[in-house]
Design a binder for this molecule. Structure first.
Ligand SMILES: C[S@@+](CC[C@H](N)C(=O)[O-])C[C@H]1O[C@@H](n2cnc3c(N)ncnc32)[C@H](O)[C@@H]1O
Length: 248
């Protein structure tokens, strides 16, 4: 009698221990999964929570464009924008490493890649995967192997640290949902002396434009200082071209 109770007890104890073991393995696996999901994307620096809150902007932004890419290929655009003058001001030359943020159809990407040549590099950053594929096909068709497409996120262009000499954000800034965060990460991707150009249209944020003074304030918050300001980028004077450098 005594020995049969002991055997049942032992069996119960074994079962309890096995169940406890399973649940602790499951808990460990869940913790590991959570850690993996929270890992920041490759090439990006983690965002301390207090910074993320302070970097959030309190103004409207425009919905990212998702339409037909042919609208960016207007034949007059090169002349109206004076894109060669823009590239001169950003000091883009043979061998330069350039980032085109919000590259769309790759209109600027291919022009920068032609100027930077085979020894240069142009990162075409987009949040739209279809546009990334479009630019990949375009770069192959136009024989521009220096083009690298990068799938960014709304708060991270995912560029390697200290990898670029010039950045252009062309008609995109008003769409960027987290501009301060994006600009801070761009600053980390820029080499010493690199220039950041922002071309946009005056507006309210949600109407595909944004007041230039607001852009200057947000760039200041992200650690940039305004070094030049131009209005030649569109004959109707609605567009501005701001040039920034990282503060020391
Ligand atoms: C109006 S289009 C301009 C395209 C191109 N820059 C041009 O002027 O030909 C804006 C583009 O920015 C992209 N975009 C919006 N937010 C972005 C972000 N945070 N990072 C990268 N691209 C972004 C959109 O997907 C869209 O293709």
């Amino acid at each position: 009698m005594h020995s049969s109770i002991t055997a049942r007890d032992a069996l119960c104890l074994t079962l309890v221990l096995m169940l406890l073991g399973c649940s602790s393995v499951a808990t460990q696996q869940r913790a590991q999964q959570q850690q993996q999901q929270q890992k920041p994307p490759a090439n990006s620096s983690p965002t301390p929570p207090e910074d993320a809150a302070a970097d959030r902007i309190d103004r409207p932004t425009s919905e990212p464009y998702t339409g037909d890419l042919s609208i960016f290929e207007d034949a007059q655009r090169e002349r109206n924008l004076q894109i060669n003058r823009v590239m001169d001001i950003l000091k883009i030359k043979e061998g330069s490493s350039v980032a085109d943020i919000g590259a769309g159809s790759g209109w600027f990407t291919v022009r920068a890649a032609r100027r930077a040549g085979a020894s240069g590099r142009v990162y075409a950053v987009e949040i739209n995967e279809d546009y990334i594929k479009y630019i990949d096909r375009r770069a192959a068709r136009e024989k521009l192997p220096s083009v690298r497409t990068v799938l960014g996120s709304e708060d991270d262009p995912r560029l390697p640290a200290r990898s670029v000499d010039a950045v252009l954000i062309l008609k995109t800034y008003h769409e960027i949902a987290q501009p301060v965060r994006v600009l801070k990460r761009l600053r980390a991707a820029m080499r010493d002396g690199a220039l950041l150009g922002i071309i946009d249209r005056d507006g309210e944020g949600d109407d595909h434009g944004l007041d230039g003074e607001q852009v200057i304030r947000e760039a200041g918050q992200a650690g940039f200082t305004l070094v030049e300001q131009h209005d030649f980028v569109k004959p109707d004077n609605m567009d501005y071209f701001l040039v920034f450098r990282a503060k020391n």
